[in-house]
Write a protein that binds this ligand. Structure first.
Ligand code: ADP
Length: 477
């Protein structure tokens, strides 16, 4: 098998390789991927630093053309890349291809943004002086990504970084290097000058840490766990660098008595269990008012029983395997914790066997949970959700907001009054009415508040806030 290497200063390099394993079939090696060390990371940072001044001055048409080409190639190869994604991460083929299309759309969006860079011209408060406000690149951007969206998250960080004229050192999650390698290869062949985009695949504690410790990384954008996010924050404060964090969620989905039951059940099923519950926007707390509670639980359990869990590459599969053995252990541990805490395991929660050896788990639904239980407070990151019964809307809103996190918050209701109140009062960066808490557009801001996120928003034109620094220039006329 050929080794997919790291890209440092325009050269493919690296011999030591690790196997990328398919979670739907652990006998299958998806590919061999080089493992970078701390020196590789430092070389990549030096290359990005050296390439930064010229790339910052590059023409917008050059940047536009490269991002457009990348978008076109990703789209043209959506079946192949979607299959690679599903093979390395375990989400279904439909989800894998959908995510790949989204990556193409993101590159297309930011190709367009290169042509829309603008500033402001204002009169000074002093006579005969003009003021210009412009945006400039930040410099070297460090990008650290998690395993759960192997192509979309790299895309929504790399595309704006390049669009606004930054150079990049990119470290993908160790579990899923395949899609990251593919988009770096595409961008490299699309004509990026050497050193502008560097790929260092490897361990967080080695490669990621070397990025955190470098004074030459001017900004770090991170998506991953709360624990690592705190390290990124501490190191970034130390170096006085810009940083942006997207971390956990414990997203609520409220179902009111007046909800359309079918809409509520479909949204809950999707939010809680699709993509194997491995989305930071997944809802793991289903907060249901008493008048609809029993009907909701019965209808959701019935739907869950009909869902097909299996090999991600089988076209009839609706929920793929858990990503690896340690995540599966975490999910099963939490199911045990929920039982011991006194919640009722109403459906699922068993490990499943399929034709190929993989990390298959039947989605689990707890009822009779309360919001103080660990299963209601800690992020599980698997297909595990709890139903918390409440008296009325006011209690539902209070429970929904009673969490350390604040990424996405959903409600199922036919009441305009409650929908409007919820949109205003949900303590989350994103609010969904009669929709799953997961599933967002690529052209509008993404991000949360409280313990979920730190820094300015990702995606859409709001991304400019992170990937640029503002300059205010005064000129005497
Ligand atoms: P999860 O694996 O649950 O998504 P992590 O925070 O462990 O969450 O991983 C997210 C990303 O952060 C991965 O690319 C990982 O390699 C990286 N990472 C882990 N530890 C460190 C660290 N000490 N410094 C920098 N990056 C790290």
């Amino acid at each position: 098998m050929t080794i997919h290497q790291n890209l440092i200063d325009g050269e493919w390099t690296g011999a030591e390789a690790i196997e990328n394993i398919n979670p739907s079939n652990t006998d299958e090696v998806v590919g061999l991927y080089a493992r970078a060390n701390a020196d590789d990371a430092r070389n990549a940072i030096a290359a990005a630093k050296a390439a930064a001044p010229a790339w910052a001055r590059s023409g917008i048409l050059e940047r536009h053309a490269i991002l457009r080409k990348a978008s076109d190639e990703i789209l043209a190869r959506k079946e192949e890349l979607g299959r690679l994604l599903s093979s390395e991460e375990g989400k279904t083929l439909g989800e894998g291809i959908g995510e790949t299309v989204r990556a193409a759309q993101i590159f297309d969006f930011f190709a367009g943004e290169t042509l829309r860079l603008a500033g402001q011209v204002l009169p000074s408060v002093r006579p005969n002086i003009g003021v210009e406000i412009t945006r400039e690149p930040v410099g070297v951007v460090g990008i650290i990504t998690p395993w759960n969206f192997p192509i979309a998250i790299p895309a929504w960080k790399i595309a704006p970084a390049l669009c606004y004229g930054n150079t990049v050192v990119f470290k993908p999650a160790e579990l899923v290097p395949g899609c990251s390698w593919a988009i770096v290869d595409i961008l490299h062949r699309a004509g990026l000058p050497k050193g502008v985009l560097n790929l260092v695949m490897g361990k967080g504690s080695v490669v990621g840490q070397a990025m955190l410790d470098s004074p030459d990384v001017n900004a770090i954008t991170f998506t991953g766990s709360v624990a690592t996010g705190k390290r990124v924050a501490a190191a970034s404060v130390e170096h006085n660098r810009k940083y942006q964090l997207e971390m956990g969620g414990k997203n609520p989905f409220v179902v009111l008595d007046d909800a359309d039951l079918a809409v509520a059940v479909d949204a809950a099923l999707n939010s809680a269990f699709f993509s194997t519950g491995q989305r930071c926007t997944a809802s793991s707390r289903l907060i249901v008012t008493q008048g609809i509670h029993d009907r909701f639980v019965a209808a959701l359990s019935e739907k869950m029983a009909a869902v097909k869990v299996g090999n991600a590459l089988d076209s009839t599969t609706q929920i793929g395997p858990v990503v690896d053995d340690s995540q599966l252990k975490q999910d099963l541990d939490y199911i045990e914790i929920g039982r011991k805490e006194g919640a009722n395991l109403a459906f699922g929660g068993e490990r499943l066997n399929r034709e190929t050896p993989g990390f298959y788990l039947q989605p689990a639904l707890f009822t009779e949970a309360n919001n103080q239980m660990r299963i209601s407070r800690e992020e599980i990151f698997g297909p595990v959700a709890s139903v918390i019964q409440v008296k009325d809307y006011d209690e539902a809103l209070a429970v929904a907001n009673d969490t350390a996190f604040g990424l996405s918050s959903g409600i199922a209701t036919t009441s305009l009054k409650h929908a409007t109140h919820f949109k205003r009062n949900a303590e989350a960066g994103m609010v969904m009415v009669n929709l799953p808490t997961a599933g967002v557009d690529f052209h509008v801001p993404f991000g949360g508040r409280k313990g979920s996120s730190y820094g300015s928003r990702e995606q859409g034109s709001y991304a400019a806030e992170f990937y640029t620094t503002v300059k205010t220039a005064y000129t005497l006329a």
